[in-house]
Design a protein around this ligand. Structure first.
Ligand SMILES: [Zn+2]
Length: 177
């Protein structure tokens, strides 16, 4: 065997550049918000309210993609809870200033919200966070059953598919000079 024949091979991408592994990002986020598998849309992923299956029963996606994955879901939960509390706090202040409602009633209401919202939204934040994770780190070939997960088409960003708008030629830098 001659070493001289060996040549470095060009980097080969598994898919054409206009095909992204996995569904479109808005599709995945929408599925995540509805407590469904972001990759294939399968529902019924939770055995109990707080207990998500290890893998999607349809496409096989392992939801805990890396160790520490669920920390992101806890972060999502915290952000949504605090945003809700802030909004209700503002509403509560407006109500306090304009009515005879006691401040204790508003305080107790906000405390009930603070305690009940995190567990209520927990499953949704898990699937939604998984969707965000998949948006940032696309599916890899071994992660799912590709007969039930369709790759998505991504329009090329160089504008070649446009129907001849005025931007195309003049906006591009001229590299000849
Ligand atoms: Zn799935």
């Amino acid at each position: 065997m001659s070493h001289a024949e060996w040549q470095p091979k060009p980097h080969q991408t598994p898919e054409p550049r206009h095909v992204r592994p996995g569904p479109r990002i808005p599709t995945m986020l929408g599925r995540g918000l509805r407590k469904k598998c972001p990759a294939c849309g399968q529902g019924g992923l939770f055995r109990r309210w707080f207990t998500i299956s290890e893998r999607c029963p349809r496409c096989g996606l392992k939801f805990e993609r890396i160790e520490g994955h669920w920390i992101g879901a806890i972060g999502m939960n915290t952000i949504v809870t605090f945003a809700t509390l802030l909004l209700l706090l503002i509403v509560g202040l407006v109500v306090l200033l304009n009515s005879e409602v006691s401040r204790w009633a508003v305080t107790v209401f906000l405390m009930i919200v603070a305690v009940t919202v995190p567990p209520l939204i927990d499953p949704f934040t898990r699937t939604f966070w998984t969707a965000i994770d998949l948006s940032m780190r696309p599916l890899e070939a071994h992660e799912v059953d590709w007969t039930v997960v369709d790759p998505s088409f991504v329009p090329p960003i160089d504008g070649n598919t446009g129907d001849g708008d005025a931007l195309t030629s003049e906006a591009l830098p001229n590299e000849d000079q």
